[in-house]
Design a binder for this molecule. Structure first.
Ligand SMILES: Nc1ncnc2c1ncn2[C@@H]1O[C@H](COP(=O)(O)OP(=O)(O)OP(=O)(O)O)[C@@H](O)[C@H]1O
Ligand code: SF4
Ligand SMILES: [Mg+2]
Length: 455
């Protein structure tokens, strides 16, 4: 190890380059002159509702040197916020981000600036991230200049060399960004990120704005560069085929939390979390191995200002767990869940008791559950929606273990020997039966305390 390596805290291949633990990032929307203000129809016409957006909550994971961790999830689930907080472009609310043995959450000023040389970011929109008034050469040289790397001649030589490495012509050094296609601009961004010789690059939807035909070419270049420059990637995408192309491991996020994390093949072939299963089912290519799963996602993503208790996916989960006090068949329980969610959304064309019952309950539950459904139907026929909603929510949805306990489990993988984390109580129930589950015993502790401990 050279003196410079020691100074930069070099990490060996396969060791953890990044260890994120219990990371939270909240945004307060009560700042500023009109922060948290809402307009009302009645006097005093304006009310103040300061609120906190819990964009990233209790997220833990590792990234090993040389690997690509893919990060996937619906729009607004917190992928970019997580990435920016990891890089300390945003200050974490709590938690730690250990990068090459130093907690980024606790440093600032010059030490942080020096660390930034090792961590670069590439954004989705290659157009807006390049200054249109600057030529490509100086754009690529800019980070080197900021970190005092090389002299002018050396920077120019390195910029030209990097342009070639990313698949551009070194003669393009004197061109302006507008002369390039989207794919070429993203290659300029790659050269720029590489210029300071980083270890770690966060790629936030880097190919999402490109034509599908160009995406694979840019992804292949990124993989070649990873091998050549010994890079580690955190790669964000909403497109699962892109994630499958580039990742070694994949993390799935939902509403600010990580719900599943496993080796790529394990995740795609043996998904455990109902949300991951739904995402995979939504891929338009028919997969004969899927066994005809039809867990298509319905309902809106809840607000990160007031996320659901327990499992955050529970308000949309197609396989919510029945509370212990009931003993309904699967069909009866599904009907109850569908009915409760429809009442919450006030989704009825009629309030006629007999018609509503017919619409939702081919198999009507009996016993206590049946009595509760009857009471809710009475409220609906009297147009007492709030009462019907409260009764159903309290008796069924909020009584589920999915609402009362936050899930965090590790399961035995079917493929390979990597670790498989899934935040779903069903995983525990299924794996306990086979003796495979390890309850992390730390609700929300995320993908495994001591992930790297026995590696
Ligand atoms: N500066 C901010 N102030 C308040 N809320 C914010 C801020 N930045 C992000 N958010 C909120 O945090 C949540 C996560 O946003 P984020 O941009 O991280 O999601 P994302 O997964 O990257 O989405 P996309 O796929 O659309 O890029 C959203 O609810 C968003 O509205
Ligand atoms: S914990 Fe419950 S609500 Fe959450 S994914 Fe699992 S079954 Fe669905
Ligand atoms: Mg984003």
């Amino acid at each position: 190890m050279s003196g410079r390596d020691r100074e930069r805290g070099e990490v060996d291949e396969g060791e953890s380059l990044l260890e994120v633990r219990n990371l939270c990032k909240y945004f307060d929307n009560d700042g500023g002159l009109f922060g948290g203000m809402t307009l009302d129809r009645e006097f005093p016409f304006v009310s103040r509702n300061p609120s906190t957006v819990r964009a990233v909550e209790d997220v833990s994971f590792d990234i090993k040197k040389g690997e690509t961790l893919g990060l996937v999830g619906e729009s607004g689930c917190g992928k970019s916020t997580l990435a920016r907080t990891v890089l300390r472009l945003l200050d974490p609310t709590s938690g730690s981000v250990d990068f090459k043995g130093e907690d980024l959450a606790t440093i600032s000023g010059e030490p942080l600036r020096r660390k930034r040389q090792d961590m670069q970011m590439i954004f989705q929109d290659p157009q807006s991230s390049l200054d249109p008034r600057m030529k490509v050469g100086p754009i690529v040289e800019e980070p080197m200049r900021a970190h005092g790397m090389l002299d002018e001649e050396g920077r120019e030589a390195r910029a030209k060399e990097l342009l070639e490495k990313v698949g551009l012509d070194p003669q393009h050094y004197n061109r302006y960004p507008h002369a390039f296609s989207g794919g070429q601009r993203q290659r300029v961004n790659l050269a720029r990120a590489l210029s300071v010789n980083p270890d770690f690059i966060v790629c936030d939807e880097p190919v999402s704005a490109l034509d599908v035909s160009i995406q694979a070419q840019v992804l292949n270049t990124m993989q070649d560069l990873q091998d050549e420059f010994d890079l580690t990637y955190l790669f964000i995408a909403h497109d699962l085929s892109v994630i499958r192309h580039i990742s070694d491991r994949v993390a799935v996020m939902y509403l600010g939390q990580m719900v599943e994390l496993a080796d790529k093949e394990e995740l795609f072939e043996n998904p455990q979390h109902p949300y991951t299963q739904a995402l995979l089912d939504a891929i338009p290519v028919p997969d004969p191995r899927s066994g005809g799963r039809t867990n298509l996602l319905t309902g809106d993503v809840p607000s990160p200002i007031d996320p659901p208790s327990g499992c955050r996916f529970r308000t949309r989960c197609p396989v919510l767990i029945q509370p212990d006090e009931f003993d309904m068949s699967d069909g009866e329980w599904s009907a109850v869940v569908e009915f409760q969610r429809a009442v919450k959304r006030r989704e009825f064309e009629t309030t006629n008791r007999r018609e509503v019952r017919q619409q939702y309950f081919e198999e009507a539950p009996t016993g206590d559950a049946g009595t509760l459904i009857d009471d809710a139907l009475s409220h609906i026929s009297d147009e007492e929606w709030a009462e019907a909603e409260a009764l159903l929510t309290e008796s069924f949805a909020d009584a589920s273990v999915c609402a009362t306990d936050e899930p965090a489990y590790e399961v035995s993988p079917n493929l390979g020997d990597g670790r498989h984390y899934a935040a779903c109580h069903r995983v525990r129930d299924a794996a306990v039966a086979s003796g495979a589950a390890a309850d992390l015993d730390a609700p929300g502790s995320g993908p495994v305390e001591e992930l790297g401990a026995d590696d």
